[in-house]
Design a protein around this ligand. Structure first.
Ligand code: XIL
Length: 541
């Protein structure tokens, strides 16, 4: 019977029938699975599939804090090491999961005082990350996991309640110190589409990176369910994170259904798997897709979601399901990375509405023929070898703010498409900002955030200094409020708002400044819950 079947089967090229990892590697991506230590040590079928189909693995539980340090100072790496050793043997990369999470953290950590908790985080991260820092298989870590509520507020976990949001930056810095080469990720669920939670994550990642906190990567868990619909803006969402300069990855994909399983549910599930893989293929900065397990025999779904199951790509007898074929065929032929065609080069920008600290640029639009579509433009300042990104826009025009008075700017534009391809540089345009009102006087302004909370902050002082050689008798400070932020009050200056640009002029009693003299003013701002941005681009004239 075996022989007969072999002879009757049509010839399939070795290439087409190759395992998932072969096709993923050909696309420059990983395809991975979360592994559980039990079946890895005692089920041959589990081990064989894990070894042959995947080029990336994540420990489903073995690297969580309750596994590695169940009691203070008592470390146990048997499970973690078993998974890392398996990956080394099978030429797979390991994603470390997860350093700081509000679940599966031992009780002794949860009750610590703030200073003791900070020390525990430091020791945990340096020990766990440090253990594998020299192992070339272990390339990345989930540093923090699930820090947001669904509405975008910070989750009021024991971490947050004890330490405030500072634990997030501290954890990333500790991980960087423990392994300077590892890629450091923030990971969450229900952030696959564009929504309040994913936007809070976007704002946090942007603000952490602006502060120099080493966030290199964003993980989208992707625990999907066919009865809730597919997040059709997944690719667009991945791309907006990619445009911040971070790697993105699908970290815990499964697609559950209400039991019992049937062929129509299987077919729907297969389209979800196909769509996720396609979205990752279409975004250049998407490193790959990790499935949360691979066989329905070992899945967290039935234990967690009552009446649901069958979420993976092999059934409980290790037989491939339609969803396996969907992942396989999409990796083998998906359209994504085929878009390597950059958009056309934009036209020369022209500058208008030039003031002492702002200017509007517009240029003739680019077109994109590669399939992913035109996504927008990056505007750069030409400065020798260290050109700076001045701004990004989705239209063929931008108003630059926070520019320095009386300064020549050489600028050019590049178009971006949905696959992350950048066009050539447009020709350069040159403009010079106006002199500030006080001419040769010269002054500077710097703002300091004195205190901040979930949805607001106080900037105090803004220090205005006369840096010129002659006295000034009046000053104007401008700065930019992040999108969605609104002024709630101010003192020692008069503030007016236009768009997000705030203009502060001196009060009657603090306009006169001798050379080198300073004065201060302050203000308070309301911002969306969970947004951690603060104003930037203070200029004085
Ligand atoms: C789950 C595991 O699959 C289960 O075995 C365990 O009992 C609980 O945790 N988000 C995560 C993962 O980041 O660590 C979780 O894994 C699933 C949800």
């Amino acid at each position: 019977m075996g022989l007969l079947a072999t002879f009757l089967l049509p010839a399939v090229s070795a290439e087409a029938s190759a395992p998932l990892r072969t096709h993923a590697a050909a696309k420059g991506k990983f395809i991975g699975a979360a592994l559980a230590t039990g079946p890895l040590s005692n089920e041959t079928a589990y081990r064989n599939i894990a070894a042959t189909e995947f080029n990336q693995v994540t420990a489903e539980n073995a690297m969580k804090w309750d596994s590695t340090e169940p009691n203070p100072g008592q470390f146990n790496f048997s499970g973690a090491d078993a998974i890392v050793d398996f990956a080394v043997q099978n030429d797979q990369q390991v994603h470390g999961h997860t350093l700081i999470w509000h679940q599966q953290t031992p009780g002794w950590v949860q009750g610590l005082s703030a200073s003791a908790m900070r020390e525990a985080i430091e020791r945990h991260i340096s020990t766990v990350v440090g253990r594998y820092a020299d192992n070339p298989a272990v390339v990345s870590w989930d540093v923090v996991n699930e820090v947001f509520e669904e509405n975008g507020n910070f989750r009021t976990s024991f971490w947050y309640n004890t330490l405030g949001q500072s634990y997030i930056a501290d954890a990333f810095r500790a991980a960087r110190a423990a392994d300077p080469d590892a890629r450091l990720c923030i990971n969450d669920y229900n952030v696959e589409g564009i929504n309040a939670k994913s936007t809070a994550m976007y704002n946090l990642v942007r603000s952490l990176r602006q502060q120099g906190v080493p966030v290199d990567c964003v993980g989208f868990q992707s625990h999907l369910a066919i009865q809730y619909g597919f997040p059709n803006d997944l690719q667009q969402n991945l791309q907006r994170f990619a445009d911040l300069g971070v790697q993105v990855r699908i970290t815990e994909l499964d697609v559950r259904m209400q039991m019992p399983r049937d062929s129509s549910k299987d077919a729907t599930q297969a389209t979800y798997y196909r769509n996720v893989v396609n979205a990752c293929l279409a975004v250049a900065a998407c490193a790959g897709v990790t499935i949360w397990g691979f066989t329905d025999k070992h899945s967290w779904v039935p234990d967690t979601f009552g009446g649901e199951g069958a979420a993976l790509i092999y059934d409980e007898n290790y037989q491939k399901k339609s969803s396996y074929d969907a992942v396989h065929d999409t990796l083998a032929s998906g359209s994504g990375t085929d878009d390597t065609t950059p958009p056309t080069t934009p036209g020369t920008p022209t500058a208008s509405n030039i003031t002492s600290n702002s200017a509007t640029l517009s240029w003739s639009a680019s077109t994109d023929s590669g399939g992913s579509g035109l996504a927008g433009y990056n505007v750069y300042r030409e400065q020798g070898s260290t050109d700076t990104l001045l701004g990004q826009t989705s239209t063929n025009s931008i108003t630059l703010t926070g520019l320095t008075p009386d300064t020549e700017y050489q600028v050019y534009v590049r178009a971006r498409d949905g696959a992350g391809n950048l066009s050539g540089n447009s020709p350069t345009a040159t403009f010079t900002t106006e002199e500030g009102p006080s001419g040769g006087g010269g002054c500077t302004a710097t703002g300091t955030v004195q205190t901040e909370w979930q949805n607001g902050y106080v900037v105090q002082p803004v220090t205005v200094t006369n840096t010129g050689t002659t006295a000034i008798d009046g000053w104007t400070v401008t700065f930019t409020l992040p999108a969605g932020h609104t002024l709630a009050g101010s003192w020692n200056a008069t503030l007016t708002v236009s768009g997000q640009t705030v203009t502060a002029t001196n009060a009657a009693y603090n306009g006169n400044l001798a050379p080198n003299a300073s004065t201060t003013f302050g203000f308070q701002v309301n911002r969306p819950n969970g947004d951690t941005q603060t104003p930037s681009g203070y200029t004085c004239a």
